[in-house]
Design a protein around this ligand. Structure first.
Ligand code: NAD
Length: 349
């Protein structure tokens, strides 16, 4: 049976990936530190499933990671673990450097030593896949898209720390020959996203009839991708990507923030009208812009389509409706995040 070591698999994208991989018959060793963003509620359906081995720990803990690699002998490591929220990186960049840069370095060194210990075809088949973001490329003007050769120009402490980790991954391939792959993906949305990020935040506040905060003029553009499509792209790159290469992943779905928010409002007007008859759009409140807020991201994912035949299977309209439906149907998941009980249970309180 094929085994993967997945890091950060209790977070938003990592957990979606783990659920998909286990459903497809893979065995997953899931290493996650369980920061505020890690949520074992998401993985509840895997309780008692011997294809999912959860381990609480840090990617930078060389002894722990080395032991896991020797014990479970995975054929690949997929590194999702990171501090991921731009606003938090503005308030406290150190944690981002600690996990995204120093932690990734530790993981790379441990992976390199394990890979060197593998004989013959096991060594040839091994892959280290690093999950990164399009934010490393900086901000676009009105035209153009990021390609894999766009120079790095990160603007936030978050994207700077991800850029540094991407460079370390590249260096481990060139210097030590570690068989690495890197994916740079646009903004994700979908089930199980922590409600501090734009889409789940707006859905949850709109359902509660609370003000919907929108940064600046609301015209910042992101290229939105449904999380399940991101996970399938990672699987495709893992299976067929050329070693040492990077692949951009995107949904070809550029939308400005205010359009995203108004789309959610219209869906909720139809599916869960406010009790007092107001339109959800009336809750929109423009707030002071995020410092250094990148204006536009857009991804050219044609390399991934050309080389590996991947394309997203959800349009933005289909994906956002599925997401709104998921949040409407899973209010206890959101409630346990909001009231903190998703963490207390884990701590045994
Ligand atoms: P998330 O914040 O929801 O999850 C991160 C997970 O990593 C959490 O479960 C957390 O507990 C864990 N973690 C944090 N520090 C750790 C450490 N030192 N050791 C082990 N585990 C640790 O993030 P996400 O949105 O799921 O993003 C996952 C990855 O994808 C990140 O690397 C992020 O940069 C990248 N990415 C995210 C997006 C997006 O739109 N969310 C887009 C492109 C790329």
């Amino acid at each position: 049976m094929k085994t993967l070591l997945v890091t950060g698999g209790a977070g938003f994208i990592g957990a979606n990936f783990v659920l998909q991989a286990v459903a497809d018959g893979l065995r997953v060793v899931n290493l996650d530190k369980l920061t505020y963003a890690g949520n074992l509620d998401t993985l509840e359906s895997l309780n008692g499933n011997d294809k999912h081995i959860f381990v609480q720990g840090d990617i930078g803990d060389r002894a722990l990671v080395g032991t896991l690699l020797q014990q479970y002998r995975p054929s690949a490591i997929v590194n999702f673990a990171a501090e991921s929220h731009v606003d938090r990186s503005i308030d406290g960049p150190a944690a981002f450097v600690e996990t995204n840069v120093v932690g990734t370095l530790g993981l790379l060194e441990t992976a390199r030593d394990y890979w060197r210990s593998l004989a013959g075809s096991d060594g040839d088949a091994f892959r280290f896949l690093h999950v990164s973001t399009d934010e490393v490329y900086g901000s676009l003007g009105e035209e153009g898209k990021f390609t894999e050769t766009t120079p790095y120009a990160p603007n936030s402490p978050y994207s700077a720390s991800k850029a540094a980790s991407d460079h370390l991954v590249r260096a481990f391939h060139h210097t030590y020959g570690l068989p690495t792959l890197t994916t740079n993906c646009s903004n994700n949305y979908g089930p199980y996203q922590f409600p501090e990020k734009l889409i789940p935040l707006v859905i949850q506040k709109a359902m509660a009839g609370e003000p919907l905060p929108v940064y600046g003029d609301g015209l910042n553009i992101r290229d939105w991708l449904f999380v399940g499509d991101h996970c399938s792209a990672i699987r495709r790159v893992l299976e067929g990507g050329r070693v040492g290469e990077t692949y951009n992943v995107g949904g070809n779905a550029e939308r400005n923030n205010i359009t995203v928010v108004k789309t959610i409002c219209a869906l909720l007007d139809a599916k869960k009208p406010l009790p007092d008859g107001r339109k959800h759009e009336s809750l929109i409140t423009y707030v002071k812009d995020r410092p250094g807020h990148d204006r536009r991201y857009a991804i050219d994912a044609s390399k991934l389509q050309r080389e590996l035949g991947w394309q997203p299977s959800h349009s933005f309209e289909a994906g956002i409706e599925a997401t709104v439906d998921w949040y409407l149907a899973n209010r206890p998941w959101v409630q346990r995040v909001l009231d903190g009980s998703y963490r207390m249970e884990r701590l045994g309180v």
